[in-house]
Unconditional design. Structure first.
Length: 274
């Protein structure tokens, strides 16, 4: 058995029966670039985005032109939740993460959009849509998952702190407990998401797998998104040399002893769009 913190460079069995489940198109690239070419399947969750009606069709074009096979989307509509949680004092919920009072302002924006003819603007509030998405994601994913699978998804703090990323992790964590597959997360984090990440520091030994990012393939995929008009990240983004993967924790730790976490790919850039 590898010692605590030992880097396992071999791909071994961790990419057999493998699936990436990523929230938004381009998340599969940003957080899983080292394995994107090699997993068996890639499944994206959200597509239409009511604040920008052009985003859904653009994402669909990108997926159809993806430079590898077996990439598909559940096509759930985004609730437009980015920025609604209190990331200084985050609290989880069964559907993902709790929202702050700023959700009320998002509801007003949504209502105005609907009144001005945006057909994608939901008739329910952002909290209701977020909860509905969690239930829909559970229903859609459950028949596709099996005990012998390796599933890769967002870490529990949502990389840079995205409410949808946390939701995808929480749903998959629930399904892992029911089905028994291995659930893997990568090691990206920002200062904004760190308060939530720190609740997963614990005293358990951590054996992680470190893989080199295929930067040429990453740029090839990014260009597909740019050409389709739905690249949501900063053009100044520099790919990390490696990514580390670890089996996702089952619980928050809140340890009073010295805790630790897989070495993080810390970055401070904010996305261009939610």
């Amino acid at each position: 058995m590898p010692a605590r913190g030992e880097v396992m460079a071999e791909r071994l069995d961790f990419l057999s029966n493998s699936l990436i489940v990523a929230a938004h198109p381009d998340d599969e690239l940003l957080w899983f670039a080292s394995i994107l070419k090699d997993v068996d399947r890639v499944l994206l969750v959200y597509e239409d985005y009511w604040p920008d009606p052009n985003m859904g069709p653009a994402r669909d074009r990108a997926i159809r032109n993806f430079p590898r096979a077996n990439v598909s989307s559940l096509k759930l509509p985004e609730a437009a939740t980015y920025g609604l949680a209190n990331w200084r004092a985050p609290k989880l919920s069964p559907q993902g993460i709790e929202f702050s009072a700023s959700a009320n302002l998002r509801d007003i924006k949504q209502m105005v959009k609907r009144m001005t003819g945006c057909r994608l603007a939901p008739k329910v509030g952002v909290q209701k849509r977020y909860d509905e998405n969690a239930a829909a994601l559970y229903r859609e994913l459950k028949p596709q998952l099996h005990a012998d699978m390796n599933v890769f998804t967002h870490n529990p703090w949502g990389e840079y702190g995205h409410e949808d990323h946390v939701q995808v992790f929480r749903v998959l964590d629930k399904l892992r407990r029911e089905i028994g597959f291995k659930l893997w997360m990568s090691n990206y984090c920002t200062e904004r998401a760190l308060p939530l990440a720190m609740t997963y520091f614990d005293t358990s030994p951590h054996t992680f797998i470190e893989l080199r990012v295929d930067k040429d393939f990453a740029e090839q995929v990014a260009d597909v998104y740019r050409h389709a008009g739905c690249w949501t990240w900063a053009e100044s983004w520099n790919w990390f040399d490696t990514e580390r993967f670890i089996e996702a924790p089952y619980e928050q730790a809140f340890s009073s002893q010295q805790g630790n976490l897989v070495p993080l790919n810390m970055f401070n850039i904010e996305p261009v769009a939610a």
